[in-house]
Design a protein around this ligand. Structure first.
Ligand code: PLP
Length: 396
């Protein structure tokens, strides 16, 4: 909880200090509480705690001090009243849906979502009688047209992956609220270091902590940040259905947050320089990165974000074979669909992360055969560039 004990610090300070109340051991670093349950001083105390008359820990599926430290720190950084941590980013999205929606409700979502989010919405929420309509992220008229009286939730990732499209969060929040719906933003690609959706009017912020919050590829986890009212429902879902975060992973994410601001700034610097270099390379047809003036929404991204993130999509001149040759020529970059890591990664979206889409869906989502995605890490820029140059220079 972003409670009275959290002073009005800047983001950089909150990332390092918020959420840790020292125990009687006077520890400097945040402790880990690897315990499933908690004990009481008396039968009467146990009864009061179980009855909710007295706050305190009961069982780690409900609350755990290490998990609470992570939740309070992330809530403070996102500027939300409360955070609930979950076992993964997908569990965060599932818990949000179970907490806020019921049969007959509708979601309107941007179509360029994380693949498992689309499967969750279509296959599993669909089974529960919750329908999702997809629209082009940046087309606000399309969002408005897709809303019906049954729409309860608008859901977007901005910037999108891998084409870096951006939507105006403040305008989308207004639209949601005019139709009595809530706006949830998956803030995985920018994190609170670079974008604060709640300040712009969003109701809920969703995270895969697996990505930049940890930043070093060590653990799977997630979180939802928002107002007390909605988060109390969400807490009920996690407490009852069980997708809770382990104390050990919460501790990893807490320590990850301490370097988040520095890491994101360094990720952005590497990505910006790499995008500019790629745009000038003769073998490259097009670069999708909102930090480039050539990006159609560069001005919006510059206004809404504190940085442009580190995911770059670029199209080589030629099709799949050419794209694969560039990927296969790398020796440093990891060929993997993951992102949000100090290690740079490279992938061919058309045959991996977006491989399940039909040709029509790929075409409308802009996933061409020549498209390559690089999630830029923190290795030396010269080494990343040289690794891509090996394949690209052979084409030019
Ligand atoms: C990875 C990812 C998720 C899912 O998170 P997990 O921790 O892998 O469950 C959700 N949204 C986005 C944008 C992601 O990149």
């Amino acid at each position: 909880m972003h409670d009275d004990q959290t002073p009005d610090w800047d983001l950089e300070t909150l990332a390092i200090r918020a959420g840790h109340q020292r125990t009687h051991e006077q520890e400097h670093g945040e402790p880990i509480f690897p315990t499933s349950s908690f004990v009481y001083g008396s039968a009467a105390e146990a009864a009061r705690k179980f009855g909710g008359e007295e706050p305190g820990n009961i069982y780690s599926r409900f609350t755990n001090p290490t998990v609470r430290t992570f939740e309070q720190r992330l809530a403070a950084m996102e500027g939300g009243e409360r955070c609930v941590a979950t076992s993964s980013g997908m569990a965060a999205i599932l818990a949000t849906a179970l907490a806020l929606l019921q049969a007959g409700d509708e979601i309107v979502a941007s179509r360029s979502l994380f693949g498992s989010t689309v499967s969750l919405f279509d296959k599993y929420l669909g089974k529960l009688g919750i329908t999702t309509r997809y629209v082009e992220l940046s087309n606000l008229d399309a969002w408005e047209a897709a809303i019906t009286p049954a729409t309860k939730l608008l859901f977007a990732e901005t910037p999108s992956n891998p084409l870096s499209e951006v939507v105006d969060i403040a305008v989308l929040a207004d639209l949601a609220h005019r139709h009595d719906a809530l706006l949830a933003i998956d803030n995985c690609f920018l994190t609170p270091a670079l974008q604060k959706p709640i300040e712009l009017g969003a109701d809920l912020v969703i995270h895969s902590a697996t990505k930049y919050l940890d930043g070093q590829g060590r653990a799977i986890g997630g979180a939802v940040v928002g107002r007390d009212a909605e988060l109390e429902e969400l807490f009920g879902v996690v407490r009852t259905c069980g997708p809770c975060l382990s104390p050990f992973n919460a501790w990893i994410f807490t320590k990850g947050l301490e370097t988040l601001n520095l890491r994101m700034r360094a990720h952005c610097d590497n990505a910006q320089a790499l995008a500019e270099w790629l745009e000038a390379h003769p073998a490259v047809a097009r670069v999708h990165y909102s930090g480039l003036p050539s990006h159609p929404q560069h001005a919006l991204a510059a206004r809404q974000q504190r940085g442009f993130g580190a995911v770059i999509g670029f199209e080589v001149k030629g099709g799949r074979e050419v794209a694969w040759s560039v990927i296969d020529a790398t020796r440093l970059l990891s060929i993997t669909g993951n992102l949000g890591d100090v290690k740079s990664t490279i992938t061919h979206p058309g045959t991996t992360t977006h491989g399940r889409l039909s040709d029509d869906q790929k075409a409308s989502a802009g996933i061409t055969e020549g498209l390559i995605r690089v999630a830029v890490g923190l290795e030396a820029l010269d080494d990343i560039r040289a690794d891509l140059a090996r394949g690209l220079d052979a084409l030019a």
